[in-house]
Design a protein around this ligand. Structure first.
Ligand code: FCB
Length: 473
């Protein structure tokens, strides 16, 4: 990667394109025992020895719970149009489906009104993996009743915040919640049970559909509803038919399973076959697929990398995919981030075009994209992170190329606003465009953040200029 700032290209983005940054409740809030918040599966998991690197937990995280004003001011300084964050279910309903905790709702009401006062649009994610522990104790997502509890929770939050918030995303990356949580066990609740992972996947999808329908019944015309799967290009390692079959299998579980259900109202046949293989088909009841496929105003997508796969030898234990032991995952031939993820911006462009052409997708928001690199704080306290800046610039460019190819993309959110608790990797992995010193909680804008701030300003100036010249003409 070069050390020369990529000049912002400013011509294509529509005037109302949302430039934002994203976070999630458990990763930044801390304050896990305050104001009536109930324990979640991530509290339990992170406090279980051996689950998270270095024994890190989200107990304090970036202490955002106590720093709303400061963090919103930071967003304003970064020229953000929008901020995507998630609600902690257990702050609002501590045991998941019982009494409502007004102090939890008050916290989020304060956050959204502070954002609005700063001219920043709040984008809510209702579920970013922190399931109330009390629901897990009754089977969690593998239990169909959890979907009903989610519908009630969504309606409670929508009712409380709907007058301040237009954009509502039900689930973040249900693939991770289902398969990392229940098949590989890398995430909470840490199960290694393929059948449970497929049941969880289905109940997450059902929760999405039913909650969307419930919120829509009470919504104003300005409200927009969507879901945020994590999608990947899946490339076969060679032209061998076995490698193509492996790519098709992984594409089914990673992409089509979430897209065909939510956008077309049916599971792909090959994904159904995986349900059958692990005795999970009985989770899919008559009528469920129609309930999942609610009309959507937005499709959110998270994109980080592509998968490269080959036919495996059946030894690939630990693959997060149920049935994925038949597949070998190959390293990307491109430069890689500190996560080992290949830097493949063309994959984002191709994915956006695929969603447009193959699915006739609703308008798309890129809800997460970003990179982990090992940051160095210099003697002056500055963080110069050209690799992250180049990563973001290249992916913004990929979005622009997709728009030029006719894809309706409405926004781009960097992951992440702040360094934060990176799940099983703890605090060691940093994705922020703003550095967090976890000893002092001091925030410092990295050079990638400064680039993003300037890029947003330049893009807006160009869009406004274009509008003026159209009016002049
Ligand atoms: C995504 C998650 C987000 C963060 C990034 C790096 O899978 O949605 O919380 O961990 O990866």
């Amino acid at each position: 990667m070069t050390d020369h700032p990529t000049p912002p290209d400013t011509t294509t983005f529509p005037e109302h394109f949302l430039w934002g940054a994203a976070t999630a409740s458990y990763q930044i809030e801390g304050a896990v025992r305050e104001d009536g918040r109930g324990p979640t599966i991530w509290d339990t998991f992170s406090h279980t020895p051996g689950r998270v690197r270095g024994g890190d937990t989200g107990d304090v995280a970036a202490d955002h719970y106590h720093r709303v004003e400061q963090d919103v001011a930071l967003m304003r300084d970064l020229n953000l149009d929008a901020y995507r964050f998630s609600i902690a279910w257990s702050r609002v309903i501590p045991d998941g489906d019982g009494a409502i905790e007004p102090r939890g709702l008050a916290f989020y009401r304060h956050l959204v009104t502070t954002l609005r006062a700063a001219g920043i649009e709040p984008v809510i994610t209702l579920y970013h993996w922190d399931l109330p522990q009390a629901l897990q104790d009754r089977g969690g997502w593998a239990n169909r009743a959890t979907a009903d509890a989610f519908v009630r929770y969504a309606a409670v939050v929508h009712d409380a915040l709907g007058s301040h918030v237009d954009t509502w995303m039900t689930l973040n990356e249900p693939w991770c919640a289902a398969f990392l949580g229940h098949a590989s066990g890398e995430h909470a609740p840490g199960l290694t049970d393929p059948r449970a992972s497929l049941r969880a996947a289905h109940h997450l999808l059902l929760a999405h559909g039913d909650a969307t329908a419930a919120m829509r019944r009470a919504a104003g015309p300005e409200h927009r509803f969507g879901i945020v799967p994590n999608l990947y290009g899946v490339q076969p390692g060679s032209d061998r038919p076995e490698d193509h079959a492996a790519a098709h299998l992984i594409d089914g579980l990673q992409n089509r399973m979430w897209l065909d259900t939510t956008l077309k109202g049916q599971y792909p046949t090959d994904v159904r076959a995986i349900f059958a293989r692990f005795s999970a088909l009985d989770a899919i009841e008559d009528g469920d697929e129609a309930r999942i496929a609610q009309p959507l105003d937005l499709l959110g997508i998270n994109y980080y990398q592509q998968h490269h796969v080959a036919a495996g030898d059946g030894q690939g234990l630990g693959s997060p995919f149920p049935g994925g032991d038949e597949v070998a995952f190959l390293p990307s031939a491109q430069p890689r981030t500190a996560m080992g993820w290949g830097v493949e911006p063309d994959g984002l462009r191709d994915l956006l075009v695929r969603l447009h052409e193959e699915y006739g997708s609703p308008p798309i928001m890129v809800c997460e994209n970003g990179a982990c690199f090992d940051d160095v704080v210099d003697d002056h306290g500055r963080i110069h992170d050209p690799d992250r800046r180049d990563f973001i610039a290249a992916h913004v460019d990929a979005v622009e190329r997709a728009i030029e190819a006719g894809v309706d993309v409405r926004g781009y959110f960097v992951w992440s606003l702040l360094d934060n608790f990176e799940w099983a990797h703890g605090y060691e992995r940093r994705f922020g465009i703003v550095h967090v010193d976890y000893e002092t909680q001091r925030r410092t804008v990295k050079s990638s953040g400064a680039w993003y701030r300037d890029h947003i300003a330049a893009t807006k100036a160009a869009a406004a200029g274009a509008t003026v010249s159209v009016v002049d003409a």
